[in-house]
Write a protein that binds this ligand. Sequence first.
Ligand code: CTP
Ligand code: MG
Length: 381
Amino acid sequence: MSAPEPVTAVIVAAGSGSRMGDGVPKQYRMLGGKAVLAHAVDSLSAHPRVTKVRVVIAADHEELARQAIGERDVNLVTGGAERHDSVRSGLAGLADGTVLIHDAARPFCPLRVIDDLLYALDDVAGAVPVLAVADTLARGDRQLDDMVDRARMLRVQTPQAFHVEDLLYAFEEVGRRAATDESSVLVAAGLKVATVPGDPALDKLTSAADWPRAEAMLAAALIPRTAMGYDVHAFAGPGPIMMGGIEIAHERGLAGHSDADVVLHALTDALLGTIAEGDIGLHFPPSDPQWKGASSDRFLAHAAALVRSRGGLIDHLDCTVICEAPRLTPYREAMRRRISEIAELPLDQISLKATTSERLGFTGRGEGIAAQAVASVRLPQ
Ligand code: CTP
Ligand code: MG
């Protein structure tokens, strides 16, 4: 038996998302630390037979698209005014083989659906995922005109699988008639489209009300993780000191290779701990001269970005500073605000506490400052 042929995925993302409302177009909005489009790309490229991914974008969205895609190996293609213009741009240069056409606005695609589609495609021109309609169906406007028998009604989702030749033929036959998907074009051209079981996870993000559902779906698939961080810096030389990303007036300074910010260092280690990514020294070696005197903002921002790049949600950051002096109460709120800016988290997810050690130990003798931190995150399984 010959090896199954590779599959190209075309993800259409050139729409304006007008029904979602103002702001960043829906395909570029963040969902659990990752753009909707990036979710769609990842869920299709996870399938072993998908070897190429093309993303069709609007001409003026290139920057948004590049940001959303990051390092992912995809080809960006410019789309058009109507969906079928975008799909045709995505097919450019393809003459045969198998293609999956998918909406960027459907971020989650179970691999099982792709398996079923590719299997079903053996003896038909196209295959689509479908779901039965659960509600009563009717025609009407301000009142019901007539009832529609829902028994044979189907909701058609994407991705949709096609033999490229059949899809191109259907486009030629049907011309530029508006269609909301490609299966409509095939059916209009008289070609056979098979159905496979769809999945509620594939439902499209269309209006603002769809957003909480997608967030809940994502959160349900995440597992909580907690990790700690600890840091100490010795007093040396004159102040001020950097703590929690702000400058604090004090007669004595802290020794350290970077800016000696114990709070940001402990928080950075806690976040790195949640993804088992070693510690701050591994990412920013003290032996590397470029980190000499470095502002620790970038350490914390880097750790937060790493967690988010894994699809993680940061739920909470908590830190306790241990020192006899300086007194931190006057600075606490400014530190929390700064940490919330650096980690890009709401203020109520940042906690900062301070304690003395009752003049015991090195902190008690005023030899240095220590900080302990705990980070709580949720990560994909
Ligand atoms: N799409 C596209 N090119 C178009 C129109 C739509 O690539 N000219 C894409 C959208 O980006 C989306 C998918 O087709 O991923 C499904 O379309 P839809 O949900 O209608 O998205 P939008 O057209 O962006 O939204 P709206 O209709 O609310 O403006
Ligand atoms: Mg549209």
